[in-house]
Design a protein around this ligand. Structure first.
Ligand code: 5GP
Length: 235
């Protein structure tokens, strides 16, 4: 089947029905704007299953998504959307590029949840972008921006509670949104340990892609453990 698009972690194919795509999750892993490359064995299966479970959970909590159903271990069926070219990052504690940018230690709680935008552009390294610049560039409308912010914060509240019940703290994450043909904004892309920071409650152990980025070891084990807790339920 002809690929429509191949990204760093996923391949998109035409779906079996009009208006759908088939998304295949790969084991390939990249970091630091693809300067670091590798594979995480079984990651495609883990991320497909975690994303599917979280999309279902979010739909039940008032967040419309592109997810339709799982097709196989590594594939899901999604609705075709036009991706808004922004990475929407939500942060609860300082970490990663935010800690570096402002010269603060990682793990400091933020006084309020923060929604940050980056321009989706690999050649430029996904630069941070102001709301005003995104609007001036015509990347989205003011109404869409307000809706995306509202949905991002709703996702944060829902996922924080979901993971806390499973002994994990949601530190930060990246979302992407898309437009359905009628203009409705829906959550798209994936939600997985590739796109979130999850720290073990109590020990602060990293249970996400930072284990790969920072060569901490135990990468596969951490992904499997997150999957186990996501599908295994609370407790
Ligand atoms: P940071 O800006 O600190 O690097 O990332 C903040 C959060 O968003 C982290 O959970 C990180 O995994 C996610 N994130 C930011 N940019 C990207 C990206 O280009 N790809 C992926 N997979 N996740 C990202």
């Amino acid at each position: 089947m002809e690929k429509l698009y191949e990204g760093k972690a996923k391949i998109v194919y035409p779906g079996p029905e009009a208006g759908t795509y088939r998304v295949y999750y790969k084991d390939d892993a990249t970091a630091f704007n693809a300067q670091k490359r590798g594979t995480i064995a079984g990651k495609g299966v883990v991320n497909n299953r975690i994303s599917a479970q979280l999309f279902r959970y979010l739909e039940a909590h008032g967040v419309p998504t592109h997810f339709l159903r799982e097709l196989s271990e590594r594939e899901m069926l999604v609705r075709q959307v036009e991706i808004v070219p922004l990475e929407v990052i939500v942060r609860n504690r300082t970490a990663g590029t935010f800690a570096k940018r402002y010269g603060v230690e990682e793990g400091r709680p933020l006084a309020r949840a923060l929604v940050e935008f980056s321009l989706k552009n690999d050649a430029l390294g996904d630069p941070l972008i102001y709301d005003e610049a995104a609007l001036a560039l015509g990347l989205l409308s003011e109404g869409e921006l307000a809706r995306i912010r509202e949905l991002a914060l709703r996702v944060n509240e829902a996922l924080k509670a979901f993971f806390l019940e499973r002994g994990l703290e949601l530190i930060d994450f990246k979302l992407e949104f898309g437009r359905l043909p009628d203009g409705t904004i829906v959550l798209a892309d994936e939600i997985s340990p590739d796109t979130m920071r999850l720290w073990e409650v109590g020990t602060g152990e990293k249970m996400d892609k930072d284990r790969f980025r920072r060569d901490l070891g135990g990468v596969e084990e951490a992904y499997q453990e997150v999957l186990r807790r996501v599908v295994g339920g609370a407790g």
